[in-house]
Design a protein around this ligand. Sequence first.
Ligand SMILES: Nc1ncnc2c1ncn2[C@@H]1O[C@H](COP(=O)(O)OP(=O)(O)O)[C@@H](O)[C@H]1O
Ligand SMILES: CC(=O)N[C@@H](CCC(=O)OP(=O)(O)O)C(=O)O
Length: 292
Amino acid sequence: MSHTPADQAQILAQALPYIRKFHGKTMVIKYGGNAMTDPALQKAFAEDVVLLKLVGINPIVVHGGGPQIDAALSKIGKKGQFIQGMRVTDAETMDVVEWVLGGEVQQDIVGLINAAGGKAVGLTGRDGAMIRARKLKMLDLNDPSVEHDVGQVGEIESIDPSIVRALQDDQFIPVVSPIGFGPDNESYNINADLVASKLAEILKAEKLMMLTNIRGVLDKQGELLTELTSRRIDELVEDGTISGGMLPKIAGAIDAAKCGVNAVHIIDGRVPHVLLLEILTEQAFGTMIRSH
Ligand SMILES: Nc1ncnc2c1ncn2[C@@H]1O[C@H](COP(=O)(O)OP(=O)(O)O)[C@@H](O)[C@H]1O
Ligand SMILES: CC(=O)N[C@@H](CCC(=O)OP(=O)(O)O)C(=O)O
């Protein structure tokens, strides 16, 4: 179906109040590894990020890369193993994680944003001494007396956002890989959802948008839950409706919502230009997370 010029004008004009409202605001965008597998979608994502920057909104991209790490591990005969949504990370896996996230995945995104006319800068948590981490102490969700050893998986101790602020104030688009460093300069593999949510909190972002490969959070029947509160989330985790990779995502989302990020959304990265549609039109996608 093609649009008439009047339709097109109406669609474009719809963006004006949103551009006015969000001008100068920071938006943290979590770009999930599962959402970045299709080249046409990747190009559309990069175009959206550049358009946002050009209309005066400050996008900060935090990327994942779970499937890309899995592919690299399988080349060396290793299989990715996850506990409660976190990759068990031995020393060899950590090398692969750093190489894949901080290298190939990050530079692909930087390249696509630059090709769309933006100026992207790739960073890991080491750059600008941004993400300090310590070894994650993971307790079993069902039996907290059981502790799981997930190796070099980090939890965030602190984030110093000054490098990101300096870049965004200077027309650059930061693209952050979720790798932190510890007191002995050791590397930590941190779930990208948790980095995105903490960064959104610290930057007092207007929005946190988590792009993934599913419509949003689904209930037991597979229906989309358009809004979720903290209490409902606890129930859904407890009864096993939320599991796997959705666990860190929802934990990060609720933390960000409680810590003052105005709007937290888990949205479908398989929809072309979902960022523009979500930010600059009346349409709503996916699941919105509310603090209460
Ligand atoms: N209740 C749920 N609703 C939606 N997805 C869920 C749910 N519980 C578990 N998941 C899983 O979480 C996945 C998203 O997490 P993940 O694979 O880590 O994505 P990403 O790479 O985008 O971070 C979904 O594809 C789905 O398999
Ligand atoms: C500790 C941990 O699980 N780290 C993740 C980091 C990448 C990530 O979060 O990627 P997605 O957003 O694509 O899931 C991992 O190793 O897969």
